[in-house]
Design a protein around this ligand. Structure first.
Ligand code: NG6
Ligand code: CA
Length: 513
């Protein structure tokens, strides 16, 4: 009689520990949109179209009004999200070209490798844009190493760069998927032959015209940045990307649902070329830019349904965020501007993608953990994608090594919408690479430093590269969230202190205590 009792006790104890464990190690799904502005969702104020699933996520969780990504372009935000370190600290972290090697050192801990230490299964599915391969760049026909798996991801299914850059193939783990060795891929910066069709020579055949750049190799009727040939069987249709991310995510979640998992769902929507699946074409009156937002919303809905189907909703944290602010014409004539109407992609903020004004990095930010996070909360705490690393790694009970995640703060309480929990007090915002342009927020003060006195994409509706601005500006975000009134002359002491603090942050090489 003793035996069954003991085993019953052991079983009960196991069940209990696993329950306790589950509470500490919920699944984490980070959905990162591409180029989605603060005003681009109905839950953030637009009434030009509807985003019901993301709205639902917000209604069941916390919607942040001071949520940020750390840069106003893709590569540096993704670099900072994964490494927990400001990208301006490292050279070569600006927008990655098609043939970029992996820009994250394989020796440094990342959110993925540290969560893996805590027993998480980890995957990245979607746009990568952080380079692949060693210093010589990607070996498209061989092993694409190092890549995500060398920095902590157990599985990856990728669009290797960004879809306006070549090549249009999927990378599963370290190989191009469906590559026929008899038809190798060649990727390069120069036209491979005199008669190679490009967006310039065959412009009249394009299904979407280019406006600047993007005039090299044509695939699927769209010309891109860079040249390539071959790999015909491996190539995808732009229209199918979103479906593929959902399909692969569903498969991976089903296979990993019994262990804690971390999925980085890196949507390509709404980056250019904006090519919705046929069923979303015309979903809005605003053209493809908004149609792909509806497509992205559908993806979020599908992931929520998958999590529900496996009974994981109460054991899964969703984070929804963006990699930078909005842009209209980013190189293709897709009528984003012509059909915009009175939609304000950046909400009330000035600037967008490429900008250190708020519109460049203040972006939609939503968390949901059913049963744990208060539903329908709106939080004004400052939270940033760079903080997800330390917050989640420490939640999982893993100690962050002292020399890792150098700027990532544990703000888990704020992320979970806990009463009284504080977000960041300071935040550095950058545009692209380490050119020195930095925005620095401390409380409601915001200092802007444009080293060359030039601001880009200040007016989102018009991609201006050269608006002249003072080298230093100071704004009071509380009374002037749109950064219209430079108050630097009226507040010399504040400006002096802010400049000194920013210099200290840059010089110190880290901010995490
Ligand atoms: C720019 C591209 C733009 C986009 C951006 C990267 C041109 C003229 N512009 O250089 O189209 O690809 O890089 O965007 O080529 S990001 O969101 O991936 O950072
Ligand atoms: Ca982007």
């Amino acid at each position: 009689m003793i035996r069954p009792r003991l085993s019953f006790l052991v079983a009960a104890l196991c069940a209990l520990t696993s329950l306790v464990f589950a509470a500490e190690k919920p699944n984490i799904i980070v959905i990162m949109a591409d180029d989605l502005g603060y005003g681009d969702l109905s839950c953030y104020g637009t009434d030009s179209f509807e985003t019901p699933y993301i709205d639902q996520l917000a209604a069941e969780g916390v919607r942040f009004t001071n949520g940020y990504c750390s840069a106003s372009t893709c590569t540096p935000t993704r670099y900072s999200f994964l490494t927990g370190t400001y990208a301006f600290r490292k050279k070569g972290t600006g927008i990655a070209p098609p043939a970029s090697p992996l820009i994250i050192d394989t020796g440094i801990p990342t959110i993925a490798s540290l969560l893996a230490k805590g027993g998480y299964q980890t995957a990245v599915i979607g746009k990568w844009h952080l380079g692949l391969g060693g210093p010589e760049g990607p070996d498209w026909n061989g092993e694409l190493k190092p890549g995500p798996r060398e920095i902590g991801f157990g599985y990856n299914f990728l669009l290797p760069t960004t879809n306006d850059r070549v090549p249009q193939v999927y990378v599963e783990n370290s190989r191009v998927l469906n590559l026929d060795p008899k038809d190798p891929i060649w990727v390069g910066n120069k036209k491979p032959s005199e008669d190679h069709p490009t967006g310039i020579t065959h412009r009249d055949t394009l299904k979407m015209d280019w406006t600047h750049g993007h005039n090299a190799t044509i695939h699927n009727g769209i010309s891109r940045i860079g040249f390539y040939t071959g790999g015909e069987k491996a190539r995808f249709r732009d229209e199918d990307l979103a479906d593929e991310w959902v399909k692969q995510s569903n498969k991976w979640i089903a296979a990993n649902k019994d262990e804690p998992f971390f999925l980085f769902f890196a949507s390509h929507d709404l980056h250019v070329p904006r090519v919705p699946h046929e069923r979303f074409q015309g979903a809005t009156k605003l053209g493809y830019r908004a149609d792909v937002i509806v497509q992205l919303d559908w993806c979020v809905g599908e992931l929520m349904k998958t999590v529900d189907k496996h009974g994981l909703a109460e054991n899964t944290i969703f984070v929804f965020c963006s990699d930078n602010g909005p842009v209209m014409d980013d190189g293709y004539a897709d009528e984003a501007l012509e059909k915009l109407g009175d939609h304000k992609a950046g909400g009330q903020f000035t600037g967008g993608k490429y900008s250190i004004y708020e519109g460049g990095t203040r972006t939609p930010f939503i968390t949901r953990w059913k049963g744990r996070i208060p539903a329908g909360k709106v939080s004004d705490e400052v939270v940033c994608t760079i903080d997800l690393a330390t917050s989640f790694v420490e939640m999982a009970g893993v100690k962050v090594p002292d020399d890792a995640l150098l700027d990532s703060e544990n703000i888990l309480g704020a992320l979970l919408g806990e009463e009284g929990a504080k977000g960041r007090t300071t935040l550095v915002q950058q545009d692209n690479g380490n050119n020195g342009n930095l925005g620095y927020r401390n409380g409601d003060w915001k200092l802007l430093h444009h080293t060359k006195k030039r601001a880009r994409n200040l007016v989102v509706e018009k991609l201006l590269a050269n608006t002249e601005v003072p080298e230093f500006q100071l704004f009071d975000l509380k009374n002037d969230p749109a950064e219209k009134k430079n108050v630097i002359d009226a507040n010399p002491e504040v400006a002096k202190r802010m400049k000194a603090e920013l210099k200290e942050i840059v010089d110190a090489g880290r901010t995490r205590k």
